[in-house]
Design a protein. Sequence first.
Length: 148
Amino acid sequence: MFIHFSSPEDVFKYTCVGDIKDIVYGNNSCMIVYTNYNGLQTCFVKKDDYYKIVTYPQYYTTNLVSKDRVDMEITTIKDIDDNYCLGTAYNKKNIKITDNRNSEFFYINSINDNSDNSNIHRFYCFINDYDETYECFYNSKKLDFVKL
């Protein structure tokens, strides 16, 4: 069964519950960033003539990094090879994430509910031309990924 939608928002309304915070467009897909009772979440949508639901295992995490209280993962959409980054930086006041693909990183900042009121920064982007030469930097420090 194939269900087609006229927009990413229509896919979201059909598949998810929460409030859309952002939509990041790739070449043939998009990543919807949203919040619900579980916090910040993502869902993925394929696009061609229509928008289509993407469910696991149509997407998968290809690389992970955890360094200096920065966690980051790269997610790939199967068959179209669009790649997205989603990460979290804990206890950081000023962060800048860059990569060697000139990706445009977006940020959502929040305060943790625990007693130390630590800053939590969520960041995300679409990665164009992702391959084994991809490099990402946190405040100019290279993040070394583990390939899954």
